[in-house]
Design a protein around this ligand. Structure first.
Ligand SMILES: [Zn+2]
Length: 224
């Protein structure tokens, strides 16, 4: 009798142990599945709630991924040819023939015949097309890497495609050389051209080379 009971007890114990092992195994499998599922889920940006870039699977053996390098912007001359008649002087005021006073000059003035096509100096997007009360017809382009280019003193007529938000390629015509800037009206028709990097004005001639119309033009003397 006792033996029978002991046997029964032992059998029950075996069943219990077996069940416990089975349950543990099931839980383990479930946890592993859940963890791996979570790993495969897209990472969500907490600020926007949208999925961020997936962690990239390294395909090249042992090679670390190339660091992200800011896109380098190179600029073309906005005119096929022209003569720099007023240099950039954003820090030191220079005499203005029109205003007959000293003021900073945040761009370069490149003289060319009225109507000469003006080109986008780099790929980018049109930020604005507007008639500035002092600087005349103006186009502003936004480029990669925090750059902006500004084209002023243009003729009033601007190509139809040049509207805010439009994409432009370097060399696209964005307007024509004019004489609409009241503040520079005493000068010949010219393009007033500015470059900004992160909203800081830079000397355009550090970025572009202008082919002179008149080879004898002396660029050393333009600021005299
Ligand atoms: Zn100017």
């Amino acid at each position: 009798m006792l033996n029978e009971n002991q046997k029964k007890l032992q059998k029950n114990r075996m069943i219990a142990i077996g069940l416990a092992i089975a349950v543990t195994a099931a839980i383990t499998v479930t946890v592993i599945a859940a963890v791996s599922a979570r790993r495969n889920k897209p990472v969500t940006d907490p600020t926007t709630g949208s999925p961020t870039a997936q962690p990239t699977v390294q395909t090249t053996k042992g090679k670390p991924e190339a660091p992200v390098i800011a896109e380098k912007v190179t600029f073309l001359a906005p005119l096929a040819a022209g003569n720099v008649t007023d240099a950039w002087s954003a820090d030191v005021p220079v005499f203005s023939d029109t205003m007959e006073d000293y003021r900073v000059h945040t761009g370069v003035d490149i003289t060319a015949a009225a109507g000469t096509p003006v080109y986008a100096a780099a790929d980018g997007t049109v930020e604005s097309v507007e008639f500035h009360p002092m600087m005349g017809q103006s186009v502003v382009l936004v480029h990669a890497d925090g750059y902006k280019t500004v084209y002023r003193n243009l003729q009033t007529a601007i190509p139809e495609a040049i509207v805010p938000g439009a994409a432009v390629k370097a060399g696209d015509s964005i307007g024509k050389v004019g004489d609409t800037a009241l503040i520079e009206i005493a000068e010949e028709p010219h393009l007033h051209f500015e470059i900004y990097k992160d909203d800081v004005c830079e000397d355009p001639l550090d970025h572009i080379a202008i082919t002179p119309v008149d080879a004898s033009a002396d660029y050393e003397d333009v600021t005299d």
